[in-house]
Design a protein around this ligand. Structure first.
Ligand code: FES
Length: 184
């Protein structure tokens, strides 16, 4: 994972009028997250997870709002977002396809390289890219803990195991037409 350099001193954060962190989110976090962790920093991961899930990214404005809510430095939020693959500043597609490319998935069945190649052929995506219509994002992931059913891939939060090229193609096809909010 590369650490991006950040022009912190001069950076202009793009803003929209409506906040990303809603009153409903704040109320839920105050009730369910804050009491569970000893420090405000400890609350950051579940909160980032919620925001990424709600918007399919954690834009800079949202990072500032989270920092303000928790009373922590915006740089702590930025460092966490940039460190974990789960969080992105750019919006991900309606469906994120996460192909495991660790050793078992690489070696078993048709192999993960073949699956990744099929997404390139069908949707023109390389890992890390999103289709122009904002529908599908392709990423590679490290071992998902399901090596005995390799190769595997996540379509949003659903794990698909023992993938064949044909089964994978069908899932990619569904992903290309899935409605926002309807695919988990
Ligand atoms: S190597 Fe893919 S799940 Fe373990």
């Amino acid at each position: 994972m590369a650490w991006p350099t950040k022009p912190s001193a001069t950076m202009q954060v793009p803003r929209r009028a409506e906040p990303y962190v809603t009153d409903a989110m704040k109320a839920a976090w105050t009730k369910d997250v804050l009491p569970k962790y000893a420090t405000k920093l400890g609350c950051l991961m579940p909160i980032l997870h919620d925001v990424q899930h709600a918007y399919r990214h954690v834009p800079y404005q949202a990072q500032l709002e989270i920092a303000q809510f928790l009373g922590i430095a915006p740089s702590d939020v930025l460092d966490t977002v940039s460190f974990y693959d789960e969080f992105t500043v750019e919006q991900r597609g309606v469906v994120t396809i996460g192909v495991c490319h660790s050793i078992a998935c690489e070696q078993c069945g048709c192999g993960s390289t073949k699956l990744i190649e099929r997404v390139r052929e069908k949707l023109g995506l390389l890992p890390g890219e999103t289709t122009d219509d904002g529908q599908v994002t392709l990423i590679t992931m490290d071992c998902l803990g399901s090596c005995d059913t390799a190769p595997v891939a996540l379509f949003n939060e659903t794990l698909h195991e023992n993938l064949t090229p044909e089964a994978f193609d069908r899932l990619v096809e569904q992903a290309a037409h899935a409605k926002a909010g309807g695919h988990h």
